[in-house]
Write a protein that binds this ligand. Structure first.
Ligand code: DX5
Ligand code: ZN
Length: 215
């Protein structure tokens, strides 16, 4: 599977968000990763619909929305009409997983299913046929700039082999602590979509940083 970088704008300069998104696109990021946090599912609160709407008006990149919220099904339509292309929600959230995937599909969008570090890969098995992407959290969700949890490599490998057994070709995305060295590890384990925030937006040379992630 082709490697893709999804730039997490949680680490962008919000006073210059358009400029930073344009830079990420120009440097080769195919996806823009948009983290939504409600202060309940995770401790932090980020940004939501009006910001997504503005972002979708200025970019043609794939908007990769990561919902870290308690009841995602309530908001699927809102995120769809405000510009999301992929809507990813957590298997640990309160909404019925199958119904939420159906709702995302009924809005004509791709459905991603995310899993926190402490949740076993087996929790995802009942939904793999319906999902368009799996997101393995490689840090505890809530904040950018945390260290990569090495144990998640086994989870990625396990999911990769479960998907292969089932003959499913959906991509595995990873999110949290991705830099040039952890990128190598997660790609070898089977991930192909790499979310990167602090590494990209803090890089002295973003183009080189993106190349180091996808090579
Ligand atoms: C964390 C978010 C991530 C975060 C990643 O809950 O889901 O997308 O921005 O940041 P880095 O790449 O700095 O670990
Ligand atoms: Zn994220």
């Amino acid at each position: 599977m082709r490697n893709i970088v999804s730039a997490s704008i949680l680490s962008a300069d919000f006073c210059n968000l358009g400029r930073d998104i344009k830079a990420a696109e120009d440097m080769g990021c195919e996806y823009i990763h948009f983290d939504v946090m409600d202060g309940m599912f995770v401790k932090n609160i980020s940004y939501g619909l009006p910001v997504l709407k503005s972002v979708s008006g200025m970019t043609k990149s794939i908007l990769d929305v990561h919902l870290m919220i308690n009841d995602p099904i309530r908001y699927v339509k809102d995120f769809a009409v405000n510009g999301a292309d992929i809507i990813t929600f957590h298997v640990e959230a309160e909404s019925d997983v199958k119904k939420t995937i159906e709702e995302i599909h009924s809005c004509g969008k791709k459905a991603g299913l995310a899993v926190k570090p402490d949740t076993p890969a087996s929790e995802l098995i009942p939904y793999l046929e319906e999902a368009d992407m799996i997101l393995v959290m490689t840090v505890e969700p809530g904040f950018g700039g945390q260290g990569f949890i090495g144990e998640m490599l086994d989870k990625i490998k396990e999911l990769k082999s479960i998907l292969a057994e089932k003959g499913l070709e959906i991509p595995i995305e990873v999110d949290g602590g991705i830099n040039s060295s952890t990128a190598e590890l997660v790609k070898n384990a089977g991930a192909s979509i790499l979310v990167a925030g602090s590494y990209l937006f803090g890089a002295p040379d973003m183009k080189k940083a993106v190349e180091d992630l996808i090579r």
